[in-house]
Design a protein around this ligand. Structure first.
Ligand code: SF4
Length: 714
């Protein structure tokens, strides 16, 4: 029988239809090893993707049987070999370790590092266990490395998290402003929709801001190849021109926003000549960008890691939102600031409280009323939830270094590849007193640092919910059995909770039960989903939130937030914020003369635990290449010949070796390295051997996008 589900890779959230290997009258569908495997095609009825899929979604079932972890494995020290143990022994051991660490370190000695690959039910159960029952807010997710600056920007400017736009805006905009996003490679189906609209409508403009001439930039009317770290200068420079041309919406600003006057004072310091020089673009290019904004009724901004992964990520996001506020490009079709999430359920994680400073239903740890509501819902005593935010992702690594973290529990992510300053991260993991690693795949780079390894069911083997970038919620049903003894993540968390005595809190018998409890905590919040249930999503297909209980019929077109131009702040007004740029945390200098920027490739996904096993994708991207401009290559003595050329890239933290690709797509002085290769996939080609953990002080998101390096030809 055909199953409708969601692609488990990126935050675009494309609908899939999955068919069993054997279909009447057709040959059995097989993977590259000749084994029968499920077939996949795009779901034409899915509102977000309309039947489209990229290579990752189309090949997902190629990876699901390979390198699977099937049984719990335990060892007493990292120098021992693993031995297979029963679930009883594994879960008892976690419960014992938690009790021990609470005595020796306190509850804050326990940390869980999760993932946007988890389903909402997994996320929610983990929050209840950590933040509620154990009284520690030390739950963070790899979303911290991905989009926490967008979360902080939305919260501070609008009073709440939540992308205000929807994908229908891609086809209704007059001007798409893409900054810090290679959408064509990283969010391909979003880009397909935008590109079609752009091609069909000559008046529609596309501006791409990126130091690289990516596939996205090639499609643009205007490509601004700014110097890394000058985004705020550029955005303030555009604001300067809009102000001086009197192309601002004063009535909207007077009625719906506040704090414009301070912002206006700051942007006076960004005249075109200064901005063009700082950004490394021409005055004409800057004026063209401002003119496109000024002449468009509806401007839609898209961004992702190029903005978020920055030591001033929140300031960048808020500065971009300022442009939308001063031109009233919000709350109407085709307009608004739209962050594209990386992971398939990073949005669901935000809704379920899956970062160290938030609670379910878009609530804040620091808010006493919010804590009290959640404590009551969880039937826990008043004051159980810690009033202070927990450790963010990098703070967990620091806690391992100092010994303040006594139990580190990793679920569905691979920090031994994805964290910044990877050698320091690995050393910290070696110091861990006890690490639990819960994942579908084995071996992985992080499993090598675990004491206890737990096999998790994955996509297609457990039933749960995921929310994509445009707030569309899709049910992902189980349609095949997990291998060996693998269990759903939420079941593992609930079993540990029951072993610790929280039987009432973890009496769920299905993921549908978990979901029903979760949606109650969204009641009357911006992300109200009380009208949703597994049953309804099964019957009606994907539905966008807000979806309160009173809303019974599926809305056919996309919904936008803030269409009444009221915002969830105390006075209903959105807030301007004024920032001067600080630039990069580690700019280039005499000793380290190049700025390294990192990013994704079209076919691969994160640390390759799935895509590294799919021949079609590994053929597309067989090895990592370092992109360098011909002028810089020549200066290093790397001539453009057919011969293979290699360089060693060195930063203040480490080094790695790469094959060289000489290309004018990258600006002089900047180099690019893809982020997907960990120690299991290539020798000494880890991008994060070079990166640093300096983070945005507000969002705590590390600046994985840029650091200073030197290059040595080898
Ligand atoms: Fe999957 Fe993203 Fe590709 Fe859609 S665009 S098929 S969600 S990886």
């Amino acid at each position: 029988m055909t199953q409708k589900t969601l692609c488990p890779y990126c935050g675009v959230g494309c609908g899939l239809e999955v068919l069993p290997p054997a279909q009447p009258g057709k040959a059995v569908h097989r993977d590259s090893d000749g084994n029968p495997t499920w077939q996949v095609r795009g779901d034409r009825a899915h509102r977000s993707s309309k039947g489209m899929v990229c290579v990752k979604g189309a090949t997902i079932t190629e990876s699901t049987e390979k390198n699977r972890l099937q049984y719990p494995l335990l060892r007493d020290s990292l120098s021992d070999s693993f031995r297979r143990v029963s679930w009883e022994e594994a879960l008892d051991r976690i419960a014992t370790e938690i009790k021990t660490v609470r005595l020796t370190h306190g509850s804050d000695g326990i940390c869980m590092y999760g993932s946007g690959q988890l389903q909402t039910e997994d996320y929610y159960t983990a929050q209840k266990l950590l933040k509620g029952c154990l009284g520690t807010n030390n739950f963070d997710a790899n979303s911290r490395l991905c989009m926490s600056s967008a979360v902080a920007g939305y919260m501070q400017s609008f009073g709440s998290d939540g992308p205000p736009c929807c994908y229908d805006d891609l086809e209704q905009t007059d001007c798409a402003f893409l900054i810090g996003t290679n959408t064509a490679d990283c969010h391909p189906i979003v880009f397909n929709r935008l590109r079609k609209h752009h091609k069909r409508n000559r008046h529609v403009k596309m501006i791409v801001v990126d130091p690289r001439k990516t596939k996205t930039a090639e499609a643009a009317d205007l490509h601004l190849a700014i110097k890394p770290g000058t985004d705020i200068d550029l955005l303030n420079g555009i604001a300067y021109l809009l102000m001086s041309w009197e192309k601002i919406e004063t009535i909207f600003m007077d009625e719906c926003t506040k704090d414009f006057s301070h912002y206006a004072e700051v942007i006076r310091h960004y005249p075109p000549a200064l901005v063009a020089r700082k950004c490394g673009i021409t005055i004409d290019q800057l004026e063209t960008a401002a003119r496109y904004w000024a002449n468009s009724e509806r401007v839609l901004s898209l961004w992702s890691m190029g903005m978020n992964q920055s030591s001033e990520g929140t300031a960048k996001v808020r500065t971009l939102i300022n442009l939308h506020l001063m031109t009233a490009n919000i709350g109407k079709p085709g307009a608004g600031p739209f962050s594209l999430t990386g992971q398939p359920n990073a949005m669901g994680g935000r809704e379920a409280g899956g970062l160290a400073h938030i609670l379910p239903g878009y609530r804040m740890v620091k808010n006493p009323q919010h804590r009290a509501t959640v404590e009551q819902a969880w039937h826990l005593p008043e004051g159980r939830i810690n009033p202070n935010p927990g450790r963010d992702a990098w703070e967990m690594i620091r806690g391992l270094e100092t010994g303040e973290v006594g139990l580190f529990w990793v679920a569905a992510t691979n920090p031994a590849v994805s964290m910044p300053d990877i050698e320091r991260t690995k050393k910290a993991l070696l110091k861990s007193r006890f690490t639990v690693y819960q994942d579908a795949y084995y071996p992985t780079e992080t499993a090598a640092y675990a004491h206890l390894v737990l096999p998790a069911a994955q996509w297609g083997e457990k039933t749960g919910i995921m929310t994509n970038s445009e707030r569309v919620v899709t049910l992902c049903p189980a349609f095949r059995n997990p291998p060996g003894q693998a269990k759903a993540d939420w079941e593992i968390f609930a079993e540990v909770g029951r072993r610790l005595g929280f039987t009432e809190q973890f009496s769920f018998t299905s993921s549908a039960d978990v979901y029903q409890e979760f949606v109650e905590l969204t009641r009357n919040r911006l992300c109200d989903m009380t009208g949703l249930s597994h049953e309804r999503l099964q019957q009606e297909g994907a539905i966008q939130w807000p979806c309160p209980e009173s809303e019974t019929a599926t809305v056919a077109s996309g919904k936008r937030l803030y269409t009444d131009l009221r915002f969830p702040t105390n006075d209903g007004r959105a807030k301007f914020a004024a920032f001067h740029s600080n630039g990069l945390a580690e700019p280039e200098d005499e000793n380290y003369p190049f700025v390294l920027t990192t990013g994704r490739l079209y076919g691969h996904w994160h640390t390759q635990t799935r895509t590294g096993h799919i021949p079609k994708i590994t053929k597309m991207h067989p090895y990592p290449e370092l992109e360098i401009h011909p002028r810089d290559a020549k200066n290093l003595g790397l001539e453009e010949t057919k011969e293979e050329k290699w360089v060693e890239a060195r930063s203040r933290r480490g080094k790695a070796r790469f094959r060289v690709k000489i290309t004018k797509a990258i600006a002089p002085g900047t180099i690019f390295i893809p982020m997907h290769w960990g120690a299991l996939w290539a020798d000494n080609a880890e991008a994060n051997a070079l990166t640093h953990p300096e983070s945005c002080p507000i969002s705590k998101q590390p600046e994985l996008k840029a650091c200073a390096v030197q290059l040595i030809p080898i």
